[in-house]
Design a protein. Structure first.
Length: 705
């Protein structure tokens, strides 16, 4: 194990586990008003009249007429309105906001509100929907000089579906805003402070120097606090700007679930042809996602799903069409894996079914088609780094006893396999041309070093891992490196805390900055004595790794500078009477380069696998008449402690030359492999074909019949 991988104590852990750390709901904000939202009860309707009871003194109504700038939330584009002006597009869409000092009075005001609607025809599914975006991609994953076409010997066409998923971050969405010296200050639970800052500038029509954003302690996110806080920040910013008083909005869990973004549901159809030698000849893949009422980040989620659609396999010809559909349901958005889990569920199950059609074990069929170093991806990028997935596969098969358990063929028990990857960082040239990340280290007079970046700690361990990178580079104690919550008045824009980029990209900037700092002090390591001539500050700006080329118009080139890889084997037991699935054990192997802190990355893996098991089995989120049927944690069930199987994890060290100490992305890939491995295991246990998740008992009963 590399020295950087040895685990360090997390400074944030004692306060969080003891419950003493303050979250936004706990912060003392003098004179703060509470906010309550009036939500739409219709999936698609014109607003004819919105009437509130007479408001007591100190209570204020805020709606679209109060927006001083543009009534739009800046994400990929500005198509998401902050407040509806003449129509609502989904159940749970905020119509207006009311502020006041007493929550009980606000609740009474909202309950007494009267909305007159003219119902319009809603679109409840992708079959009847138009599209936000429609893309095409042609590729040839595998060797640059792949063999020419051969005669078809067999073919298989099948469709796979995945459902909505709720983030279930521990802390619900929370945001506050106030006016200070003619500037707006926004404070809240978020992943992307500069996203929020840009959105608020547009909504209020203010210059950048008049908007400050501060991250409060963030209790989990999983992507749910990537783009959505920009929307909530706009609401409280307009309210604070109008009232002149601080405004705090902390969503109740059921309100949060009704109005916040979800994982995109998908329907993916694969049609594949094979040669007489059981080699894949070509695949045509149709990727369709339900974006919900507003586009949000759906275009880039769809792109990542398309780039993952052929999995980790050599296929001489691949045609991918991708569409993100507009429906009148709650918008879908960023979620751990960002489109990749939907695609990998489909391709992994499709490979299993192709193998079984000829009586071959899926492990052998998949192995014969694995991508290798030097091969091209579906976008034509080159796998420049060593690909150790075959060694990982051998390891997991042996540790799990996969072969023997498959041969045993015990009804009600089964093992399943998944092989997967995740592109690290933003797609293509996004890091270079859009994010343009900057990060700094500052040597203070007392001899400590401060990290200045806009990436956030949200429970994943970023504070500890980034501090370790700087401390190990400077060869100083971890206690001499500090990391503060992001404040746009103090830290440069190092980009969002998303896309498995924090350690690989921003950690790389900090490593280079720390090396320059050491050089500026005239030694390879920092001296222990205090600085006598004031702070020394070093900034690094992102530089794209050499050789990386990307054309966003044609989706060709290196979609990602590096990939992380994973292999999962899951063993399950299925109750033959109730069809309840019980995961027994998980064996996992990952290549995330060099883990910066093995205990932190192991925690990410355990959490991702359990979250993926929930996605595959019990996390049912249904829409009826536009409304979510599961809107509390009583009826939306996530895995509990008794549902967590034994998890055995091993990391294969495969250093990435451009990452700090050889690190690659580790946050998202643990989620991706669990669902297809569970589904494969259920197929093994019951001798059925699974094409849909979540695999509910009702679904299994129908399949078995």
């Amino acid at each position: 194990m590399s020295s950087i991988s040895r685990s360090a104590a997390r400074d944030d852990a004692p306060r969080k586990t003891s419950g003493t750390v303050p979250y936004l709901a706990d912060l003392p904000i003098d004179g703060a008003l509470h906010a309550a939202l009036l939500l739409s009860t219709r999936p698609h309707a014109r607003l004819l009249a919105v009437e509130l009871p007479e408001l007591p003194h100190g209570y204020t109504r805020i709606d679209s007429r109060d927006v001083p700038g543009r009534n739009a939330v800046a994400m990929i584009n500005e198509s998401w309105p902050l407040f509806p002006e003449d129509r609502v597009c989904h159940v749970g869409q905020p119509i207006l906001l009311v502020t006041g000092p007493d929550r009980a009075v606000l609740a009474d005001v909202i309950d007494a509100a009267r909305v007159e609607y003219e119902d319009l025809q809603p679109v409840m599914g992708i079959d009847d929907a138009d599209t936000f975006v429609d893309y095409d991609l042609r590729g040839a994953p595998g060797p640059p000089a792949a063999a020419g076409p051969a005669a078809d010997a067999a073919s298989l066409t099948e469709t796979f579906e995945t459902g909505l998923q709720e983030h279930v971050y521990l802390e619900p969405q929370a945001m506050a805003a106030w006016v200070e010296d003619g500037r707006i200050v926004v404070c809240g639970s978020m992943q992307c402070p500069y996203y929020v800052k840009h959105a608020v500038e547009i909504i209020l029509g203010l210059a950048p120097d008049r908007v400050r954003v501060v991250q409060s302690t963030t209790g989990g996110a999983f992507g749910g606090k990537e783009e959505y806080p920009s929307f909530l920040a706009g609401l409280v910013a307009v309210a604070a700007w109008k009232t002149g008083a601080p405004v705090r909005l902390v969503l109740d869990r059921s309100v949060d679930m009704r109005m916040s973004t979800k994982r995109h549901p998908s329907r993916i159809t694969l049609a594949s042809r094979l040669t007489s030698g059981r080699r894949l000849l070509g695949s045509s893949i149709d990727v369709r996602t339900d974006a919900g009422a507003f586009e949000g980040l759906s275009a880039v989620v769809l792109q990542r799903a398309m780039f993952a659609a052929s999995g980790v396999y050599r296929i001489p010809e691949v045609l991918v069409r991708g569409r993100a559909h507009r429906t009148n349901v709650v918008p879908s958005g960023a979620f751990r894996g960002f489109g990749s889990p939907q695609a990998f569920f489909a391709i992994e199950m499709h490979m299993c079914h192709l193998a079984r059609a000829d009586g071959e074990d899926p492990a052998d069929f998949k192995r014969r088609h694995l991508l290798r170093q030097g091969d091209r991806t579906v976008t034509g990028g080159i796998l420049r780094d060593p690909v150790v997935v075959e060694e990982m596969l051998d390891d997991v098969l042996e540790r799990s006893g996969y072969r023997e358990k498959r041969r045993r063929n015990e009804r009600g028990k089964g093992v399943g396999l998944s092989i997967f990857s995740h592109g690290c960082g933003f797609t293509g040239s996004g890091e270079r041309d859009i994010i343009k990340a900057r990060a700094r280290v500052r040597l203070l007079p007392e001899g400590t070093v401060e990290i200045l970046c806009s990436n956030v700690e949200m429970g994943q361990g970023a504070e500890t891992t980034l501090r370790k990178i700087v401390a190990d580079t400077l060869e100083i104690g971890l206690d001499r490196v500090t990391f503060a919550a992001a404040d746009t008045d103090r830290v440069p824009d190092s980009g969002p805390t998303v896309a498995s980029r924090t350690v690989m990209v921003v950690g790389g900037l900090l490593e280079r900055a720390a090396r320059r700092l050491a050089e500026a002090r005239g030694t390879g390591a920092l001296p222990g004595e205090p600085v006598t001539n004031g702070p020394v500050e070093i900034e690094e700006v992102y530089r794209q790794p050499p050789g990386i080329e990307w054309d966003q118009e044609t989706f060709t080139g290196d979609a990602y500078a590096a990939f992380s890889w994973g292999v999962n084997v899951v063993e399950v037991e299925v109750d033959l009477l109730t069809f309840e699935i019980r995961p027994l054990s998980v064996w996992a192997a990952y290549d995330v380069g060099i883990p910066i802190d093995e205990r932190i990355v192991t925690g990410q893996v355990h959490g991702g696998i359990v979250q993926g098991i929930g996605y595959a089995t019990g996390e049912v989120l249904e829409v009826k008449d536009g409304a979510l049927r599961q809107a509390t944690l009583t009826d939306y069930t996530i895995p509990g402690p008794l549902d967590v199987p034994h998890i055995d994890v091993r990391f294969f060290e495969n250093p990435y030359g451009e990452g700090p100490f050889g690190a690659k992305g580790a946050g998202e890939i643990p989620f991706t492999g669990a669902a297809p491995a569970v589904a494969d295991a259920v197929e093994c246990a019951l001798g059925v074909t699974i094409n849909t998740i979540p695999i509910t008992p009702e679904y299994l009963e129908r399949v078995c019949r």
